[in-house]
Design a binder for this molecule. Structure first.
Ligand code: SF4
Length: 252
């Protein structure tokens, strides 16, 4: 009888997890990869409007490593800029986060630029230490969600661990405040070789709205090259999972 009740509960709950994280669709008002048309617009005023300098002109482009996904540019010139629900915004080549006019192609990882040891050593299991380096807890919440029952990142062998000594790499969120520069360096030093660096979110990639602030110390990022840039503000769990799977060579 107890078993019958348990089966009934399982049947009612259905599948709790997303069966295929590489093809899942995001419903609602999520803003993902923008598409920029050739429609005429006052490009200089768009540039002025952008709070983080993500928009450049000549040629017109949006840098997703700087973009806060506030959507203001698309509200001002909807015929020029449209945000799609494409959440695959991770790459190991920083320049690939720049979206140009009149292109509608996905942001891709370059497998040829992935360090050989990453796939050889971490192809089946990757343990990560997360450092919130002056973050506002938005990216951190989304990274937590990546391990919940829906996204279930652990099924791919990817987990967050409690100590850098148990980790294969560091995931940095936040713009790296002066006070967090030292702890970030100590965390990185404590991770055994080989180790990877993932920058998650606009603040980590470029400083976001804090870029240029004297309260930041981003010297760590000048010293080491990131292995993966995960765009988003905050990052979506599916953006993170797909990016890391690509880095590990677990998906094409
Ligand atoms: S959505 Fe991005 S590019 Fe557009 S105004 Fe906001 S920050 Fe700038």
């Amino acid at each position: 009888m107890v078993m019958f009740d348990s089966l009934k509960i399982l049947w009612h709950q259905g599948k709790q997890y997303i069966p295929d994280v590489t093809s899942a669709k995001i419903p609602g008002i999520f803003r993902g990869r923008p598409v920029i048309s050739k429609a005429s617009a006052d490009e200089e005023s768009l540039k002025e409007l952008c709070p983080t300098g993500a928009i450049s002109t000549g040629p017109f482009s949006i840098d997703l490593g700087k973009c806060t996904f506030c959507g203001e540019c698309a509200v001002r010139y909807p015929e020029k800029i449209r945000f799609t629900s494409d959440y695959k915004l991770s790459t190991n080549v920083r320049e690939r986060l720049v979206i140009y006019e009149d292109t509608d192609s996905p942001v891709l990882l370059d497998p040829g630029s992935v360090r050989k040891e990453i796939r050889r050593v971490f192809g089946h299991s990757l343990k990560l230490r997360q450092v919130s380096a002056g973050g506002d807890n938005s990216c951190e919440w989304e990274l937590n969600a990546a391990n919940n029952v829906q996204f279930d990142m652990s099924r791919f062998g990817i987990d967050f661990v409690a100590s850098p000594r148990h980790a294969d790499g560091v995931v940095i969120t936040g713009p790296v405040s002066e006070n967090m520069a030292g702890p970030l360096q100590r965390c990185y030093d404590a991770i055994p070789e080989p180790k990877i660096i993932i920058l998650a979110g606009t603040d980590a990639i470029s400083g976001g709205i804090f870029a240029g602030s004297p309260a930041l110390d981003r010297s760590f990022l000048s010293k080491y090259k990131a292995d993966l840039y995960v765009a988003g503000n905050p990052v979506h769990p599916l953006t993170f999972i797909n990016g890391v799977l690509g880095l590990m060579g677990k998906k094409g």
